[in-house]
Design a protein around this ligand. Structure first.
Ligand code: ZN
Length: 327
């Protein structure tokens, strides 16, 4: 069932595109961007400041690939000599010309960022003119200005602390159950808060954290280190399952997210808990509840996901008393 508030307008409580949405965009861009050289970079209605820094460095650099880490799109670039650019009507690599290591274009969709080949109406921040058999354009639109379209020296994320601190991408083989278990065992923060931090696994946001935790019957407020080994293994599997299932449907469109071709993601129909507060749990029929965890709206089944016992909090409160007694 689709939540009644979904897809209404662009002014609602927007959600951040997560791994399935950003990966959908990456796959579309990867099919036509690599090998194209930026001929012009036009700053349109882009706010001043670091989110659109370095655009002037783009012309003359060739896009080598379209990669993704978590919710970031990373486009490594190579400087093209001017004579090669003049000769390059097409997108093929020009042999015999020396190429210098270039910069990296970092794109984050924020809440409302959209990348398109044809200009969507309004709120356009950047236009790139690209070489190719038929020269083409790339537009970055961002209604609410939380997005980013930044050029940095390759791999230099000093001014991008979230990117610099990212854990392994959820779809990377480096995201192992054992690594996940070790990271959780080190942390006393609520499991959902830890997932959203991107430091343990990159790409999981509010929607897929809620869905995965419901699938394995773990309450979002449960301290990470309290998860039993079997729960950690199940949660690792559930995260991969829900992300891959959503990716197969091009992600979830609640409001603004669109694919490069302007299509909506169809996973909205599959959401079991996110946005369904007040409705019966699909598994047990109990009314789903909405609570706030780390300032994010969170959806749980109070029966399938038992809240952590107060006893665990009492233990925490008792600790200073023991210290006093020892002193
Ligand atoms: Zn339930």
């Amino acid at each position: 069932m689709v939540p009644s508030w979904a897809g209404r307008c662009t002014k609602g409580p927007s959600v951040i595109p997560e791994l399935p949405e950003v990966e959908t965009v990456r796959r579309e861009l990867a099919s036509w961007l690599p090998g194209r050289t930026v001929l012009e970079a036009e700053r349109m209605d882009a706010p001043a400041g670091p989110k659109y820094a370095g655009l002037e460095r783009l012309p003359g650099q060739r896009i080598e690939a379209v990669q993704r880490r978590g919710k970031f799109l990373l486009l490594p670039l190579v400087h093209m000599p001017a004579d090669a650019r003049r000769a390059q009507g097409g997108s093929a690599r020009q042999d015999g010309h020396s190429e210098a290591k270039g910069d990296e274009l970092v794109v984050h969709l924020g809440m409302t960022g959209v990348v398109r080949r044809t200009p969507p109406p309004g709120h356009l921040r950047v236009r790139l003119r690209l070489s190719g058999p038929a020269p083409s354009d790339l537009y970055f639109q961002d209604v609410r200005r939380f997005g980013r379209f930044t050029v940095v020296p390759a791999g230099d994320y000093r001014h991008l602390p979230t990117l610099a601190a990212l854990g392994p991408d959820a779809l990377d083989p480096a995201f192992t159950t054992e690594g996940f278990r070790r990271a959780l065992a080190r942390s006393g923060v609520a499991i959902k808060t830890l997932l959203l931090s991107q430091r343990v696994v990159a790409g999981v946001g509010n929607i897929y954290a809620d869905e995965a935790l419901w699938r394995v019957g773990v309450h979002p407020l449960r301290p990470a280190r309290q998860l039993r080994r079997a729960q950690v293994v199940a949660l690792h599997g559930a995260l991969l399952e829900v992300l891959e299932a959503s990716l197969a449907l091009q992600g979830t469109t609640l409001y603004d997210y669109r694919t490069v071709n302007g299509e909506v993601g169809a996973f909205l129909q599959e959401l079991a808990v996110y946005g369904h507060a007040g409705e019966p749990c699909r598994r047990c029929g109990t009314r789903l509840e909405r609570l706030v965890v780390g300032q994010r709206g969170t959806h749980v089944c109070p029966r399938c996901q038992p809240a952590p016992r107060r006893a665990s909090r009492r233990v925490t409160r008792r600790a200073p008393r023991r210290t006093r007694r020892a002193a």
